[in-house]
Design a protein around this ligand. Structure first.
Ligand code: SF4
Ligand code: SF4
Length: 501
């Protein structure tokens, strides 16, 4: 028998005085951690299979379960940590690339937490959002540069196609395939209720979801999965995905285990095959090529829909964004290196890309310096955790934000980071029917609506505190921000002063 080098990461602690052997945990765990041992007449665990998703802990009726990180240790070594050693064992076992999901978990600086928001005192008094109007509606797309009037002096509407958002938050691209039908339905229904948008990701649009097209952004990625005329017509906007924060520079990968019948129909690929989208678009090697795709999509949809170009936050993001702003795109979406994913090579997720806060500030400044900021709106994503992050992002120059991990957390995700296995016990990142039905879209959409409603209240409160009553007046208003514990270079890139200045 081969030697087992890998030691379980977690320990399942079952309180014998509380456990009533109801076997709920056994039925709930798709990883098959728990089972009832008929010889011993008690529940036992196989800890090697535990991913710490907390499904059993949450549903145990007697609170008999606790999952802890194992305190088993390799001999201390600052260079070769236990995690690093286990990764080498894993690759020596499999010969394959390490796969992970969700966002970069490494201890890189989180700049949102090093930025503080201003508040009015005495002069420029604060505004009470409960008693005075507070506008958080925002429009995404090109801003008009001139006002034209007809012979009667009436303004001729010459607005480019745009998206209207009642709250400056949208649900980021998550494909049907990487997440379940019920997760998609929850996002679609919440988007409609909240006057915002969700995004198909690169998985096409299930026929049942065409009815939510007015709140859908349809994505065109390098694999072109599910892309056809009806699909483009169905959405309110079209997003060309060049890059994704969790895996800059590489394509997408949906493991074949998740390509069930419905997914294969929607994506137009054979059932059970890995859906691998190439790293580049094979027709894009320059901004001119990108421009051709932007205008092809506009032409195909009668110039009625804004086109978004989504890129990862990388070293020269400002120069790239400058090119995109000249390509005819209406919106640039930038995804930071903490952005989530259903599956990515671990090394890429953890080592490639840059923080979204620095990327955003650099892009906004570059477009302003070049006088083309109003050519495009900027949407950012990849680590927005709460309403304060949103206010900071908008003050740094974003028009709106994308959220994904926070949305999945609302649906019950416990960030076990094993979406790539397709066994999500919370019914989110899975296509197994018995798991999918655990997520009730009535409850899921309500929880998403609650989250956005709560954030909307908080955004209004923070704006009121600053004496600002419209999101437009907050956009790029870096005077409302101060840095804490940042060095000169970081402050310079962020374009903000240090606290106390
Ligand atoms: S769910 Fe809780 S009470 Fe039921 S068998 Fe599992 S540990 Fe025991
Ligand atoms: S979606 Fe499911 S599998 Fe993915 S991290 Fe969340 S709980 Fe884990």
């Amino acid at each position: 028998m081969a030697i087992e080098y890998l030691y379980p990461q977690f320990e399942v602690l079952r309180n014998p005085d509380r456990c009533i052997a109801c076997r709920v945990c056994e039925r709930q765990c798709a990883n098959e951690v728990h089972h009832f041992d008929t010889d011993l007449q008690k529940m036992v665990s196989d800890e090697s299979k535990c991913v710490n998703c907390h499904r059993c802990v949450s549903l145990c009726p007697t609170r008999a379960l606790k999952i802890t990180k194992t305190n088993h240790q390799f001999r201390e070594n600052a260079n070769w940590t236990g995690e690093t050693i286990q990764e080498v064992y894993r690759q020596a076992n499999s010969g394959g690339t390490l796969l992970s999901s969700m966002g970069n978990p490494k201890d890189f600086p989180i700049y949102w937490d090093k930025i503080l928001i201003n508040a009015s005192q005495v002069t420029n008094p604060s505004i009470d959002p409960l008693r005075e109007p507070m506008e958080i509606r925002t429009f995404l797309g090109k801003k008009p540069t001139t006002i034209e009037r007809d012979e009667n002096g009436k303004i001729i509407p010459n607005l480019s196609p745009r998206l209207e958002l009642d709250i400056p938050v949208m649900f980021s691209a998550m494909s049907y395939g990487s997440i379940s039908y019920n997760a998609h339905e929850s996002l679609a229904r919440a988007s409609k209720a909240m006057g915002t948008y969700y995004n198909t990701g690169e998985g096409g649009l299930h026929e049942d979801f065409y009815k939510w097209g007015g709140n859908t952004i349809v994505q065109v990625a390098s694999g072109r999965f599910g892309v056809e005329k009806d699909y483009l017509d169905a959405g309110a906007a079209i997003e060309i995905k060049i890059g994704q924060g969790a895996k800059p520079g590489i394509g997408g990968h949906l493991p074949g285990a998740k390509v069930a019948a419905d997914i294969s129909r929607t994506r137009m690929i054979p059932e059970g095959t890995d859906a691998i989208s190439p790293a580049p678009h094979h027709d894009i090697y320059s901004i001119e090529d990108l421009r051709q795709l932007v205008y092809s999509l506009k032409e195909a949809t009668a110039y009625k829909k804004p086109v978004i170009v989504k890129i990862s936050a990388v070293h020269n993001v400002a120069a790239i964004a400058s090119g995109i702003a000249r390509s005819g795109a209406d919106i640039i979406a930038i995804d930071g290196f903490r952005g989530g994913t259903g599956a990515a090579p671990t090394r890429i997720r953890d080592n490639v890309g840059i923080p979204i806060e620095l990327a955003l500030a650099a892009v906004d400044q570059r477009l302003r310096d070049e006088g083309i900021r109003d050519n495009v709106s900027i949407v950012i994503g990849g680590s927005i955790r709460n309403s304060a992050d949103i206010v900071k992002a908008i003050a740094l120059g974003a028009d709106a934000v994308y959220i994904a991990t926070a949305a999945l957390l609302s649906l019950g995700c416990h960030l076990c980071r094993t979406c790539q296995n397709g066994k999500c016990n919370w019914g989110i990142a899975t296509q197994r029917p018995e798991l999918v039905k655990r997520l009730n879209p009535d409850i899921g959409s309500e929880r998403l609506i609650n989250l956005l409603t709560a954030w909307g209240h908080e955004i209004r409160e923070m704006m009121g505190g600053m004496g600002i009553n419209s999101i437009e007046a907050l956009r790029g208003n870096r005077l409302m921000l101060r840095g804490i514990g940042l060095n000169e270079k970081e402050l310079e890139i962020l374009g903000i002063k240090h606290a106390g200045e």
